[in-house]
Design a protein around this ligand. Sequence first.
Ligand code: SF4
Length: 516
Amino acid sequence: MIVRISDDSLALACGADAVAQAFVQKGCEVERVSSWGMHWLEPLVEIDGVGWGPVTPDRVAEIVDGGADDLRIGTVADHPFIASQQRLTFARAGRTRPTSIDDYEATGGWEGWKRARGMAPLDVIAEVTESGLRGRGGAGFPAGIKWRTVAEAQAPRKYVVCNADEGDSGTFADRMLMEGDPFQLIEGVAIAAYAVGAQTAYIYTRSEYPHAIAKLEEAIRRAAPIIAPLHMEVRMGAGAYVCGEETSLLNSLEGRRGEVRAKPPLPALQGFMGYPTVVNNVLTLAAIPHIMAAGGAEEYARLGVDRSKGTMPIQIAGNVKQGGLYEVAFGITLRELVYDVGGGTQSGRPVKAVQVGGPLGAYIHPDQFDIPFDYEAYAAADALIGHAGITVFDDTADMGAMARFAMEFCAAESCGKCTPCRIGAVRGAEIIDRIRHGGRKRDTIELSPVMHNAPKDAGRLPEQEIGLLTDLCETMKFGSLCALGGFTPYPVMSALRNWPEDFIRDAKAARDESVA
Ligand code: SF4
């Protein structure tokens, strides 16, 4: 009996190793595969295509005897969570052994690479452009245009850098891909390098991803003869949120402080060590092999809505019954994702908010759940898709506290280069504190002689503090050098817009106390 169990980090965190060990003790052969992405069922055990989950070691004997019906989910591939997806980037998830080059080849691996190598580099770029693929890291910049800029630049050396510094809370698609299907990323990076004429490629990730690093390094070693003469290696950062920003990442990769560089020059013209560099994230590059395989670009361009083409691996997390990875064409609504796919909240309480796009994404109110999941529709709603992580909150969430957390997060992760972010985030947290505690208290400290002329009872009401917070958010949004400071206003302002009562709740209490 062959038992398939994932060795993805999430499965490991849920006890997959102990379950695997229990099957071995029962005389079974255990095969470690990638995760299907049904994380609420991990550790998920699959025997002859039929699944059980979540499994604990004490249930193993029953499963071997054909029992444990309460855990049985039927044929895994037919489970509604899997069957309702359009998996292109994660087509192999749950089906292959991550570092088996045989499994990779047997499931269509290297087809895109072989086809690309038979084409002129500029034709490869034209096909990527036709597919409509946009960078999956945040801004959604068309991949083909970036590649063409690098390809046409005149320079003795060029680079491809894969941004695998997945820092958004609630996101795990990059890690899952690197741990579960590393050859696909390697193939995508190799195609990009061929298309732009790069001789060296780096995959930059963070020290918190040891399993992904180990799998990638093993896979790169095995793939080396196939992708030669391209040199590819994994580089590890210490894990700073701002190192997900491309220029900051390049600084870190060069061994310098992870501080954002002013643009221009664009990294496409002067990137790593001053040479033209393609910087794309994991999901962008991992989509390339499918696009380059015969007919892939056409299929990709057919999926999605308007300018948001193809599929998006969406990570569903937070207070949700069925958390996991769900890949689907753009255009699905948050309502479908939260209720039909995610099954509502884990707590069983009503959904209050969903944050889309990581810690700097807007909090979406249930009234907005029918906005189609696409870049332009989200931008029009003053929100962003980012890395497509969605985090669900029930009605016990305090949105004033969440807004403060956004400012705090920005203050902690700021690289310090520009004032709106470095100082604005600290002031933002202070203003939110004042709003929540009844407005500004009278100044009691004489700060300087000029203050003698200032009115001594110049405290601000919460309403006035809200005006100040709004102004500060505008300054951060339009005056920050990069997206860390520039996007922090999204969670703050969306929380303030949709749940103002969560900001002044404490203020009322504070006033009542002072009256009493
Ligand atoms: S916005 Fe923040 S992280 Fe970005 S450059 Fe300015 S200080 Fe650095």
